[in-house]
Structures are given as structure tokens and as C-alpha cells.
Design a protein around this ligand. Structure first.
Ligand SMILES: [Zn+2]
Length: 199
């Protein structure tokens, strides 16, 4: 479930739709949490789907560390990629605002954290755009992403959290807030595959 202070807006013909903040959202806000209405498909289930459904999953789902395609039921599935994303996850099933997000600003992920199956060109326009998103971006950028998300994680108790009741990992979060050594790094999302070595 995506944060209530967001809405779907049309970006342009190239990008299509995106998710935008309707109010300022502070760093450390849980911006999305996996919930019981989100659908999960194993690789075997994906392979058994008709082509139109596989194409929809390619476009709208992400892949978790177990290789499952996750299809969000709400407008969370319209999050676009940015090489300077303002939302990232640690090793949990939720995403954090990693910096303050202004009203009207688009919320973005780094698709490199979401286990893309194949490389794709990036036209995100960020100053630090890396021009392509690759299945093995995690190996180069994982430590940087982790530091950004970790910094935001410890703001969790200090900012409003309208999605708190949706979280399935509240006890794990509280344990990590009390003992930072228990914080699960972002690398927990990385699905290592043979394809990574040759990508
Ligand atoms: Zn880019």
C-alpha cells in the first residue's frame, strides 16, 4: 500500500504515469509497504501465464530476492525509476523516503534494487544518470544505497507514519531501532542469478 499523500499523475508520452506527493513527505517516512492485497507470482506461475499477462507483469511488477514477481494492487505499481531515487528500501518489505520530498514532487525508486532481468537504457534525466539500469547494479551501488536508506531508517520514530499498521515487520523494525546491529541491509533484496555474472 502506498502512502496516502500520493496520487497518480501523467508525466509525458515517453514515461507515462508516475506517483506524486500531494503534501510534503519528510525523510524517514514509510512510503510503501507490501500488504495482503499485493499479488505474488513464483517463476513457475509466471511461466504458465498467457503472454499478455506476462507482458503486464514485466511492465508493472518487481522481482524480490526469492525470484517472485510482486504486483502491487494500487498506484504503487506506477513508481518510476530515477538514478537519484528519493525512495529506497532496506532488507524489509517496505520503502522509505530517503530525503525530504516536496509537495508535487515525483516519488521514484531505483529499479537497480528491484532485480531487473535484463539491462535497459535510462533516460531519467538526473545529473547522476548512469544511462542504463543493469541486473548487477547492486554489486556496484548496493553499499551506497544501503547508507542512504540506513540514514533514513533511524528517522522512522520521528515522523508521521500513516502506513505503520499496514507493516508486517513492526517488531523487526523496533528491534533494529533499538539495536542498529540488527538492521537488515538493502543487500537482502539482491537476487543472485547466474545471469548476473554475464550481464
Ligand atoms: Zn538514469
Amino acid at each position: 500500500m502506498v502512502h496516502p499523500h500520493t496520487e497518480l499523475r501523467f508525466v509525458n508520452d515517453n514515461i507515462g504515469w508516475g506517483v506524486f506527493a500531494t503534501q510534503a513527505i519528510p525523510k524517514g517516512t514509510i512510503i510503501w509497504a507490501l500488504d495482503t492485497l499485493d499479488q505474488k507470482f513464483t517463476p513457475d506461475q509466471v511461466a504458465a501465464l498467457p503472454p499478455y499477462a506476462q507482458a503486464a507483469l514485466d511492465k508493472y511488477s518487481y522481482i524480490d530476492a526469492r525470484g517472485r514477481h510482486i504486483l502491487c494492487w494500487d498506484h504503487a505499481r506506477f513508481f518510476n525509476h530515477s538514478c537519484e531515487a528519493n525512495c529506497l528500501s532496506l532488507g524489509y518489505d517496505f520503502e522509505l523516503a530517503i530525503r525530504d520530498i516536496a509537495a508535487g514532487e515525483e516519488l521514484t525508486d531505483d529499479y537497480g534494487t528491484l532485480n531487473p532481468l535484463v539491462p535497459f537504457p535510462c533516460l531519467c534525466g538526473a545529473d547522476a544518470c548512469r544511462k542504463a539500469v543493469k541486473p548487477d547494479d547492486f554489486s556496484r551501488l548496493g553499499d551506497r544505497w544501503n547508507a542512504l536508506a540506513r540514514d533514513a531508517f533511524f528517522r522512522i520514530p520521528s515522523v508521521p507514519q500513516p502506513l505503520w499498521d499496514v507493516l508486517s515487520e513492526r517488531a523487526d523494525i523496533e528491534a533494529a531501532l533499538a539495536d542498529p546491529n540488527r538492521l537488515r541491509p538493502i543487500h537482502g533484496h539482491y537476487r543472485l542469478r547466474k545471469a548476473v555474472a554475464v550481464a
